[in-house]
Design a protein around this ligand. Structure first.
Ligand code: CA2
Length: 140
């Protein structure tokens, strides 16, 4: 089973800035832990700060991915282009956020991606990703 984790802008800074909001583990270190926890999965990770690159990546994995875990970062709240790319995916999509976007500024409370996600896991730190993967394994 192939699962693709996709992170949007600024998530490359995880563990390096704002630890009070986003924790102190880098995503690279977390991804190593994930690969160890889910040894039987074909787990892939992609991060970009660029909207078009994220769209290209989503199009590229369309026919090979069995499940997508996406944190589009700030693009969650703005990007119709990423929404449209995700709409072309037939495998399940889980939206995740590290912080609880409902406890933050008003502009973070809406996500374009939520409308097409099978489910959303929000505010549980990096554990949001792990729970999403557990769900994909159990249900698909
Ligand atoms: O809580 C989340 O996962 C967010 O998707 C993170 C985005 C934010 O724009 C969303 O509203 C909620 C921002 C990611 C910024 O990541 C940083 C990580 C470390 C230091 C600075 C920024």
């Amino acid at each position: 089973m192939r699962i693709d984790i996709i992170n949007g802008p600024n998530l490359n800074l995880l563990g390096k800035r704002e630890p009070e909001v986003y924790g102190n583990q880098t995503f690279d270190s977390f991804f190593k832990d994930l690969k160890n926890d889910f040894k039987t999965l074909d787990l892939h990770y992609y991060q970009s700060n660029h909207e078009g690159s994220l769209v290209d990546h989503i199009q590229g994995i369309r026919e090979v991915s069995n499940g997508i875990v996406i944190n589009a970062g700030a693009y969650s709240h703005t990007s119709v282009a990423i929404l449209d790319a995700l709409k072309l995916i037939s495998s399940p999509i889980i939206e995740v956020h590290i912080s609880n976007i409902y406890q933050r500024e008003k502009f973070r409370k809406e996500s374009y991606i939520s409308s097409i996600a099978e489910g959303c896991i929000i505010g549980l730190g990096l554990n949001s990703y792990k729970l999403a993967i557990h769900h994909l394994i159990r249900t698909n």
